[in-house]
Design a protein around this ligand. Structure first.
Ligand SMILES: *Cc1c(COP(=O)(O)O)cnc(C)c1O
Length: 219
């Protein structure tokens, strides 16, 4: 099926309150252009260099989301244009984003990434680390970042009960964080294989790649 048709099918299945991030990592510009022509404006990438190259050639009204694990020394390359960073998992990274955003006179929206999966390999904060960050004085001094929500990835498993339990857990952290951060309004959870469960559990932003663009050859 075409990218346009895939997008249509997914949009039909999404409630209006859910934002679709089209995850275009590893895909050529022609694929992104096709999605753009079908009305898609938000794209997610997981490598800074690749995102910069795509930003330089594709239409300027695209909103670029960084969804991957981020190294501090790469933040400077995208600080000028990135619209949302999903994978913030340390205070040091947050400080670097703040510093680079300041150079461009911007405030960059960020999501804190929570570790909800069973696998030790998935990045993210635990609840203690999250509250340590947002309660610190240093955090309140950062003026060029804005925490707008949380992001998480479930365990790669067939066990739907486990996936649901992990999303529930993230939603519950999100709800308790809302009491401390006023303009928290993004809960980024759900990918091609599990976005329906994620939405049932309260997601309002899904990151979908292979169901739009087809399988990837590489990660
Ligand atoms: C690749 C990726 C996705 C999209 O995965 P699909 O299974 O292709 O939909 C979503 N979120 C993150 C963080 C990713 O790295």
């Amino acid at each position: 099926m075409s990218i346009e048709q895939n997008l249509k099918n997914i949009r039909i299945s999404l409630p209006e309150s859910v934002t679709l991030v089209a995850v275009s990592k590893t895909k050529p510009n022609t694929d992104l252009q096709e999605a753009y022509e079908a009305g898609q404006r938000i794209f997610g990438e997981n490598k800074v260099q690749e995102m910069v190259q795509k930003w330089e050639t594709l239409p300027t009204d695209i909103q670029w989301h960084m969804i991957g694990h981020l190294q501090r020394n790469k933040v400077k390359y995208m600080a000028e244009f990135v619209s949302l960073i999903h994978g913030v998992d340390s205070f040091r990274l947050l400080k670097e984003i703040d510093k680079q955003a300041k150079k461009h006179d911007r405030v960059i929206d960020c999501l804190l990434q929570m570790h909800i999966a069973e696998e030790a390999t998935k990045f993210g904060l635990n609840e203690d680390e999250l509250f340590d960050i947002i309660q610190s004085e240093e955090f309140s001094a950062l003026e060029n970042i804005n925490i707008v929500g949380l992001m998480g990835m479930s365990t790669f498993t067939e066990d739907q009960t486990q996936i649901r339990r992990e999303f529930k857990q993230l939603k519950s952290i999100y709800t308790s964080l809302q009491e401390r951060i006023e303009d928290l309004n993004v809960l980024s959870m759900g990918m091609s294989g599990d976005y329906q469960i994620a939405i049932e559990e309260g997601s309002n932003m899904v990151r979908i790649g292979s169901s739009i663009f087809g399988e990837r050859n590489t990660h």
